[in-house]
Design a protein around this ligand. Structure first.
Ligand code: HMG
Ligand code: MG
Length: 295
């Protein structure tokens, strides 16, 4: 009973690049995004409106948005009032807020406890709903925290429920440091599907321990059909020690398409997109599919 179609949300331009040490030139980011769109990516995280002191790589968020809006879902991240105001001013109509289940992680990532973040975000989310903005809530450390260890599925469910009660459109539930196993993925996503059946549920896996593709498959079996993936497997959160790249888009698309699950993504053009950023990044692309097909 696997789905016939799955939705890919490309997070390469945001999660993929935010952790790169050298500043990737704005023009190269734009070309990356435009080529990803040609590959069939209709839903993407384009950038984030965060503090340029904390994450210098995302300092060109407004410029990126100015020339890259035009997809079906163009998501930008914003952690606070200032980020949301900047995003609205740039003309965005889909905003992702992000909060960690673990207080210690949240504090390191956005300098607030999880409860403080919730209190800050509640009125912001109400206003965004009135403006008819699509709201995604990214839930970090849903399985494990780099500072506190194992996170209980009940705590993750409780935080997700908080956001659903606030009226967000989508939850993106993340294994921030790539520690979850397929069994844990199946169990958590089954729990979330059971308790929160009406919200769009997306799985966001990092591949630190090479479990990400298996976790995609396990969450498909739990009924998930939306996945955050990153071209070339780039990515990682600067405030989560040990986090490595996201599950690679090319691996997920190859697996799903070969299993008869339609994604609408053209792999050849996806490889072209990866080639647009490789000259600017400090790491090499390790995915098997890319190595076999790079030009
Ligand atoms: P703070 O230092 O507590 O903020 O940082 P503040 O309110 O005290 O402000 C300090 C300065 O930053 C001020 O400027 C503000 O104006 C400015 P100054 O007066 O010093 O010149 N500022 C901003 N500037 C631009 N845009 C803003 C903004 N906010 C304040 N939005 C803050 C708090 C939240 C700003 C900071 O911690 C931050 O930017 N954190 C972002 C961290 C981040 O981007 N992490 C990666 C994304 S999350 C992720 O990757 C996980 C995910 O992939 C899922 C998963 O895998 O788990 C989504
Ligand atoms: Mg991430």
């Amino acid at each position: 009973n696997l789905p016939k179609k799955a939705t890919i949300i490309e997070v390469g331009p945001r999660d993929g690049l935010q952790n790169e040490k050298n500043f990737v030139p704005t023009e190269a980011k734009k070309e990356f995004i435009h080529t990803l769109r040609r590959a069939g990516m209709k839903k993407m995280e384009l950038t984030s409106f965060v503090s340029p002191k904390w994450v210098p790589q995302m300092k060109d968020a407004s410029e990126i948005v100015e020339s890259c809006l035009g997809g079906e879902l163009d998501i930008v991240l914003a952690p606070n009032r200032k980020g949301v105001d900047r995003a609205l001013e740039a003309g965005c109509n889909s905003i992702a807020v992000f909060v960690g289940v673990s207080h210690s992680f949240n504090k390191k990532n956005i300098n607030k406890t999880t409860d403080e973040s919730l209190a800050e975000l509640q009125p912001i989310i109400s206003e965004l709903k009135e403006k008819d903005i699509f709201i995604r809530a990214c839930i970090s450390t849903s399985f494990y925290c780099p500072y506190e260890g194992k996170v209980s599925p009940e705590d993750t469910l409780a935080l997700c429920k908080n956001f659903v009660d606030m009226g967000v459109n989508e939850l993106s539930v993340a294994d921030t440091i790539g520690m979850a196993t397929p069994k844990e993925s199946y169990q958590l996503f089954s729990l979330l599907k059971d308790h929160l059946p009406h919200v769009m549920l997306t799985a966001h896996f990092h591949d630190t321990r090479k479990m990400a593709l298996a976790n995609v498959y396990a969450s498909l079996q739990a009924g998930v059909d939306r996945f955050d993936t990153s071209a070339g497997g780039l990515g990682g959160c600067p405030f989560a020690p040990g986090a490595s790249g996201n599950v690679a888009t090319e691996d997920v698309v190859y697996m799903l398409e070969e299993m008869g699950i339609e994604t609408g993504i053209d792999l050849d053009t996806l490889i072209e997109a990866i080639d647009k950023v490789t000259p600017h990044i400090s790491r090499s692309i390790e995915t098997g599919y890319y190595r076999l097909h790079q030009k």
